[in-house]
Design a protein around this ligand. Structure first.
Ligand SMILES: [Zn+2]
Length: 137
């Protein structure tokens, strides 16, 4: 007999550092391999990014053609007020607008950080890319 698992919503929000409505709520659990998005174990077979789980627990399922984007540009953030649904194209446009991704890189799985790692032989803790003002919406 399997022990009764806690509902996902309970497990999930217990690992989110919930703060004020206009602050970022960062995922405190594990991160994905490339390091920035929170990684949530949904069930024995499924892992999902934390911001997506936050959206779905708050608003319901994400349509297949859409993705959950961050207004705050903070990948581990799970504050539903900072998340919005966009198409993959919106997300790319958003990334480019925020200077996270340079032109021509859209389809490359390699990040700037990966290239730095190759060049330096280690991954820098933080790569100063470019300061952009936070989008106020
Ligand atoms: Zn945020």
């Amino acid at each position: 007999m399997a022990p009764k698992a806690k509902p996902l919503s309970e497990r999930f929000w217990a690992k989110v550092d919930r703060r004020g409505l206009d602050e970022c709520w960062e995922w405190q659990g594990s991160r994905t391999g490339r390091g920035r998005y929170g990684n949530v174990k949904v069930d024995s077979y499924t892992n999902a990014p934390s911001h997506r789980v936050a959206w779905e627990l708050t608003n319901g399922p994400v349509p297949e053609e859409l993705c959950v984007c961050h207004r705050c540009d903070n990948p581990p953030c799970c504050n539903p007020a900072h998340l919005f649904l966009g198409t993959h194209q919106d997300n790319m446009i958003d990334k480019v607008a925020k200077g996270r991704q340079s032109r021509g890189e859209e389809h490359s799985p390699r990040t700037r950080r990966d290239r730095m790692r190759e060049r330096l032989g280690y991954a820098p803790l933080a790569v100063p890319i470019q300061r952009v003002p936070r989008k106020v919406s």
